[in-house]
Design a protein around this ligand. Structure first.
Ligand code: 6PG
Length: 475
């Protein structure tokens, strides 16, 4: 029997869709699942594609079915199960075989797993896959981290199954060990910020302007034809337009306002902090989800404080136009922060992350796919090492054009008591970033006062402490 090009363990939702995608693109694939019933059920579901799929009941059979060096995708729950699966697999593998973790792993685990295999002759790829179920089935965005040799072994198959943007495959080798999973983590961090900002705009339309879900869906549909065109805006329109099959009310109004999270947003924030990069949009989004889950406390606080009256709006149309521009301005800040985190991580972990390539493979297939990412691709292609996306010619123009709207929206929301942690963080980030003389001179003075921590002077003179307590006063 002709051997498979690749193997896959774990026929859950993501695993089975990925396997069908691989088979559909003409690649032979061997599959294995812990429960054999699922393997047989999957072969039944595969229809005509089953001809390209070798279903295996034992690990021995599975390994023997794959052409060496064997690339084996592990698509199971992130964390300990991956380590356990790798231990079970290892004794059956031979030199240069590649275990590929395609889950949402913490990149520190990926580095640990990669390092642990270093002297074994085996190797490891940490592969970020974005696009959910639909993406896995028809074309995800794929972020690969591992050795260049192992990438070459899987490049053809992964290119065949990836999403395409104007014919360009949305897959790339981004560097060694944890590079792929790190980039996927930041993708998700940006995803959190983007979703939070859209939800805040929705809040202004719903609670500030009193629009119904259907009316907001129409507004959002218009935005999807403009500069905000993106998958997240597209699904927002669909979500807002859907009716609850049980009550007939807008579905979104029947959903509890308590957001879940599995960890990638939090990891993005932790890494940003560790790397000393301000990622205020992602931080606000994670904090927003945390506060959203404290439903009972929020309800009690509402009883205690009440809610401010919505600030009156004389020109609703103008505010709605401002919301569109404000969202774009805030998005620029959040994406700039995400890319800045990746630039810092690239240095810290020695990855040489290619910024234009990352933007390029996020243009299709993934959750944050958008026209906006094509513009980011162009900006980074012109200047791959720019300090901050905001200062590139194209984005600085966009910021100049939209920051007034963001300012008006933030003021309106503040006066109406509407929560906008991510939008206001974007404005503050911009205002802080673009002000040459800030206020940290006072913080330095305070630090020196109570802890003799020292400061640098604006005139460069070699005096690093203040005359606190003993020196001349100026008032
Ligand atoms: C993707 C998604 C995917 C998943 C997240 C959701 O890129 O396809 O980001 O990875 O939907 O795990 O994360 P939360 O449950 O933390 O929102």
């Amino acid at each position: 029997m002709q051997q498979a090009e690749i193997g896959l363990i774990g026929l859950g939702v993501m695993g089975s869709n990925l396997a069908l995608n691989i088979a559909e693109k003409g690649n032979r694939i061997a599959v294995y699942n812990r429960t054999h019933e699922r393997t047989h059920e999957f072969l039944g579901e595969a229809g005509d594609l089953a001809g390209n799929i070798i279903g295996c009941d034992t690990i021995e059979e599975f390994v023997a079915a794959i052409r060496p060096p064997r690339p084996i995708i592990i698509m199971i729950k992130a964390g300990d199960p991956v380590d356990q699966q790798m231990e079970l697999l290892k004794p059956h593998l031979a030199a240069n075989d590649i275990m590929i973790d395609a889950g949402n792993a913490n990149f520190h685990d990926t580095i640990r797993r990669f390092d642990a295999l270093k002297d074994s002759g085996l190797t490891f790829i940490g592969m970020g896959v974005s696009g959910g179920e639909e993406g896995a089935r028809h074309g995800p965005s794929i972020m690969v981290g591992g050795t260049e040799d192992s990438w070459k072994r899987v490049e053809k198959v992964l290119t065949s199954i990836s999403a395409k943007f104007n014919g360009d495959p949305c897959v790339a080798w981004l560097g060694t060990d944890g590079a792929g999973h790190f980039v996927k983590t930041i993708h998700n961090g940006i995803e959190y910020a983007d979703m939070q900002m859209i939800a805040e705009i929705y809040g202004i339309l719903r609670d500030g302007l009193g629009l119904s879900a259907g009316e907001i869906a129409e507004v959002v549909a218009g935005w999807n034809k403009g500069r905000l065109n993106s998958y997240l805006i597209e699904i927002t329109e669909k979500v807002l337009g859907a009716a609850d099959p049980i009550t007939g009310a807008p579905m979104v109004d029947m959903i509890l306002d308590a957001a879940g999270q599995k960890g990638t947003g939090k990891w993005s924030v932790i890494e940003a902090q560790n790397l000393g990069v301000a990622a205020t949009g992602i931080e606000a989004a994670v904090a927003g989800r945390v506060l959203s889950s404290q439903k009972q406390e929020r309800e009690a606080a509402e009883k205690l404080f009440g809610l401010p009256k919505a600030h009156s709006v004389s020109d609703k149309k103008a505010l709605i136009a401002d919301l569109e521009s404000a969202l774009l301005a805030a998005k620029i800040a959040a994406y700039a922060q995400g890319f800045a985190v990746m630039a810092a991580a690239s240095k810290e972990f020695g990855w040489s992350l290619p910024m234009p390539v990352i933007a390029k493979i996020w243009r299709a297939g993934c959750i944050i796919r958008s026209q906006f990412l094509d513009e980011i691709t162009s900006a980074f292609t012109k200047d791959p090492h720019v300090a901050n996306l905001i200062v590139t010619p194209a984005f600085s123009e966009m910021v100049k054009e939209t920051d007034g709207a963001l300012r008006r929206v933030v003021s309106h929301a503040a006066l109406s008591g509407l929560p906008i942690p991510a939008l206001s963080s974007a404005l503050s980030y911009f205002d802080t970033y673009r002000r040459g003389r800030g206020t940290a001179n006072l913080i330095q003075a305070q630090r020196d006062f109570f802890g003799a921590h020292g400061f640098d002077r604006v005139d460069g003179k070699d005096y690093h402490h203040g005359p606190w307590g003993s020196g001349a006063a100026i008032y």
